[in-house]
Design a protein around this ligand. Structure first.
Ligand SMILES: Nc1ncnc2c1ncn2[C@@H]1O[C@H](COP(=O)(O)OP(=O)(O)O)[C@@H](O)[C@H]1O
Ligand SMILES: [Mg+2]
Length: 285
C-alpha cells in the first residue's frame, strides 16, 4: 500500500474502525456489552533469543473500551504492546509465534505495511516524546505522511486533534512554537493529539502517566476515559488505582502469561484466580 490514502471529507470520522471482526467479545465489556473485537491475540508466544517473554496469550481487546494491562515489572506487558505495532522489528533477537489480528490484517505477516499499521495503531509512551518541531507540526506529522490534505483541512484536523486531546486551550496561541517548551503533562496530551490526528482505530499507551505529576496524571486519565468512546485503548499501568479509575477491563500479566482478564471491577473485587487476588491485594508486586 504505497499510495497515499485520500483523507475523507469528514475529518473526525477518519479514526473509525472500518473492518473489525464481527464476533462480540466473549465475556463482554460491562460498559459496552456489544463491543466488537478490535485486536484478536491468539496462541501468541514472544521471545528474545532463547528467552520466552510471552507464553501462549489468548486475548481479545474490544473496541471503544479501555483495557488495562497490570502486573509486576518484567512480565511482558510492554513486549506485547511492541508486537502489536511491530516495534520489535528493530530488535534483532525478538521473534514471535501465533497470531495478532486487527480486522482482516494479520499484524505479524511479513508483508504487513508497518507504516500503515502504525497509522491504525497509535502509540503513547511513558516519557512524552514530542518531535523537536512546533506544536502544529507535531500534530500535522501523521496526516502529512498518510493523507493528501490541503492547508485548511490540515489546520482543521490539527485543531480537532488538539481539542480531542484536551490541550487546545493551552496551546492555541503558541501553535508555531516548539513543542519542547510545553510542560510534561501538556507534552503527553500533545503526543495523544499527534497519535489521533493520523486517524487510528487503536491507541496503545505504555504507562502514559508514570512520568507526570498528580495534576497532569488526572487530566490524562480523564482524557483516556473520554477517548474510549471512539478508540480501543490499551493502557499499561503499575498503578492499580489508575486501572480502577480509567479502565473498563483489566488483564493481569504474570511471568509472560495472562493469568486473568475481565471487567475491571470484577478483577479487583472478586478475582477468579488466587494469583490475581494476591497481586491486587498487594501481597507481591
Ligand atoms: N530488547 C530486549 N532484549 C532482551 N530481553 C528483553 C528485551 N526487552 C524486554 N526483555 C525482557 O523481556 C521480559 C519482559 O519485559 P517487558 O515486556 O519489558 O516487561 P514489562 O513491560 O511487563 O515490565 C523481561 O524479562 C525483560 O527483561
Ligand atoms: Mg513495561
Amino acid at each position: 500500500m504505497s499510495d497515499k490514502t485520500t483523507q475523507p471529507d469528514q475529518l473526525p470520522s477518519t479514526g473509525q474502525p472500518s473492518s473489525t471482526s464481527a464476533s462480540p467479545v466473549s465475556s463482554g465489556a460491562e460498559s459496552n456489552p456489544e463491543a466488537k473485537v478490535a485486536i484478536e491475540i491468539k496462541d501468541f508466544d514472544a521471545f528474545y533469543g532463547d528467552f520466552q517473554a510471552i507464553r501462549n496469550i489468548n486475548l481479545n481487546i474490544p473496541e471503544k473500551t479501555v483495557t488495562a494491562f497490570i502486573g509486576p515489572s518484567g512480565c511482558g506487558k510492554s513486549t506485547l504492546l511492541k508486537w502489536i505495532n511491530r516495534m520489535n522489528d528493530i530488535v534483532p533477537s525478538a521473534h514471535a509465534k501465533g497470531s495478532i489480528r486487527i480486522g482482516d490484517l494479520q499484524i505479524l505477516d511479513r508483508q504487513t505495511d508497518v507504516v500503515d499499521l502504525r497509522r491504525r495503531i497509535g502509540m503513547v509512551f511513558q516519557k512524552p516524546n514530542p518531535f523537536p518541531k512546533s506544536i502544529f507540526d507535531n500534530v500535522a506529522f501523521g496526516p502529512r505522511l498518510h493523507f493528501r490534505i490541503d492547508r485548511n483541512d490540515l489546520a482543521e484536523l490539527v485543531e480537532w486533534s488538539l481539542r480531542k486531546a484536551a490541550v487546545w486551550d493551552e496551546v492555541k496561541d503558541r501553535l508555531h512554537k516548539s513543542a519542547l517548551g510545553l510542560s510534561g503533562g501538556q507534552q503527553q496530551r500533545l503526543c495523544i493529539a499527534r497519535a489521533i490526528a493520523a486517524g487510528p482505530e487503536i491507541l496503545l499507551m505504555d504507562e502514559p502517566c508514570s512520568a507526570l505529576d498528580p495534576g497532569s496524571t488526572s487530566r490524562v486519565e480523564d482524557l483516556i476515559y473520554e477517548l474510549r468512546e471512539q478508540y480501543a485503548i490499551v493502557m499499561v499501568t503499575h498503578n492499580m488505582q489508575q486501572a480502577t479509575r480509567c479502565s473498563d477491563r483489566t488483564a493481569f500479566f504474570f511471568k509472560g502469561e495472562v493469568v486473568e482478564e475481565g471487567p475491571t471491577e470484577q478483577l479487583f473485587t472478586n478475582p477468579k484466580e488466587k494469583k490475581t487476588e494476591e497481586y491486587v491485594t498487594g501481597k507481591f508486586g
